[in-house]
Design a protein around this ligand. Structure first.
Ligand code: ZN
Length: 173
């Protein structure tokens, strides 16, 4: 395991609203800290932030277990928070940064939000809907096409997921 730069996340939820980020990697580091916190409370570690004009306006992590809500994925919760913060459902001038490739539901939500840019870390070969299984965000039949950048800090995202599922398998023994 070694040193963990986000170890402060062990205690409480990282407070990243209003933080200024200069690039994809800086935003992804915040999303990763949220994902690490999710793992600490027994949630599959996925974190997401919404950035507008270089400032984080929404920050959430997967809360499916906590809320017992099948739609409580990090991306969807972050989109809702962002729209509420702006008083506007169209997020065309926003960037959603998420640690894992979005699923079908979240890719659909991103399209409905008219998200301007999607940045994600690791590919989800079993459920990803923006490249791996489906290409919802680049389907020419749909009337919106966000800019998509991927692979940002992907190794860190994968390491969090592998540690989480590895620990859970050991717990099952
Ligand atoms: Zn999802």
């Amino acid at each position: 395991m070694g040193s963990n730069p986000t170890s402060s996340a062990m205690d409480s939820e990282p407070q990243v609203l209003g933080v200024e980020v200069n690039d994809d990697r800086a935003a992804m580091q915040l999303a990763l800290a949220l994902a690490a916190h999710a793992a600490d409370i027994g949630e599959v570690p996925v974190g997401a932030v919404v950035v507008r004009n270089g400032v984080v306006i929404a920050a959430r992590f997967n809360e499916r277990e906590t809320l017992q809500d099948p739609t409580a994925h990090a991306e969807l919760l972050a989109l809702r928070d962002a729209a509420q913060a702006l008083g506007e459902w169209r997020l065309n001038d926003c960037t959603l940064v998420v640690t894992l490739e979005p699923c079908v539901m979240c890719a659909g939500a991103l399209m409905n939000a008219r998200i301007g840019t999607l940045v994600y870390g690791a590919a989800d070969l079993k459920g990803g809907a923006t490249a791996s299984l489906y290409n919802v965000t680049s389907d020419p039949r749909l009337n919106h096409a966000p800019i998509v950048r991927h692979g940002v800090c992907a190794d860190e995202s994968t390491a969090l997921l592998q540690a989480f599922f590895g620990a859970r398998r050991e717990g099952d023994r």
